[in-house]
Design a protein around this ligand. Structure first.
Ligand SMILES: [Fe+2]
Ligand SMILES: [Fe+2]
Length: 257
């Protein structure tokens, strides 16, 4: 089974470039499942109907989220009906939407889980125990992808090693900067600290860099807009066997420069 996972999609540049690059690489990579983190797909903040449809049309099948889940209030009106959208599972009980979804790939069930780290982010329930609980509820599913949306490398590495040999992949998102530590952990768990993003190349985390620099220099509130210009595409391609063990994780990085 071949799985393609795209890092945080940022705004219109991210949506357009994801579509462009996927047109090329879907035939090269022949993935059986395409997943993307979509928390910044609607104008850089959140997910709405339009950005979800754009990603589905581009070939993405499952969308994960993160700390920007609720930036577009519109999502609350349709997240419960769309089983392809997964928000962090460690939000308080009663939060709209679902923290995991099960899709079928070649007639095999695949469990996709999204959790958020707690360091420098909201103080949600423990992401480790949350994933443990979801795995306990699905003892027969062997193909499991965990998107750990977190700020710090230590939290993501701890998640990777804690679940090594028990899930097929632990993939970090949120920082928008790809890391070069992709590897298969003992027991067949594909791991990367951060997949990176699909969005502007010359901004700062996808935002117009002039505004970000101005905020740093003045410490005053400054409105951030999605950057324009050249774009980048960050993803990982994985191969999992019938037992859900990963044999390969490979970074895909493309830019227009
Ligand atoms: Fe993000
Ligand atoms: Fe994030």
């Amino acid at each position: 089974m071949r799985i393609l996972f795209l890092g945080d999609i940022v705004g219109r540049p991210g949506l357009d470039y994801a579509e462009t690059v996927l047109k090329e690489i879907l035939s090269e990579e022949q993935p059986d499942l395409v997943v993307a983190n979509a928390e910044n797909s609607a104008g850089g903040r959140g997910l709405n109907r339009r950005s979800a449809e754009a990603l589905y049309d581009a070939g993405v099948e499952i969308l994960t989220l993160g700390n920007h889940s609720w930036d577009q209030r519109e999502l609350i009106s349709f997240i419960d009906e769309d089983e392809r959208i997964v928000r962090p599972a460690n939000y308080p009980p009663g939060t709209p939407g679902r923290g995991y979804t099960v899709c079928r790939v070649q007639n095999t069930p695949v469990l996709i889980i999204n959790v958020m780290g707690r360091t420098f982010l909201s103080q949600l329930d423990c992401p480790f125990r949350t994933v443990e609980g979801i795995l306990r509820e699905h003892p027969d599913i062997r193909h499991v992808l965990v998107d750990i949306h977190a700020e710090t490398t230590s939290e993501k590495l701890a998640m990777g090693w804690h679940f090594a040999g028990r899930v097929s992949a632990v993939l970090g998102t949120h920082t928008h900067v790809p890391t070069a530590d992709e590897r298969v952990l003992p027991g067949g768990t594909a791991y990367i600290t951060d997949v990176g993003m699909v969005g502007p190349y010359d901004g700062i985390l996808g935002m117009d860099r002039h505004a970000v620099i101005r905020r740093q220099l003045t410490q005053m509130p400054v409105k951030f807009e999605v950057a324009e210009g050249a774009r980048q595409f960050c993803a990982v391609a994985m191969t999992w066997d019938e037992q859900g063990k990963a044999s390969e994780i490979r970074r895909i990085y493309r830019t227009e420069v």
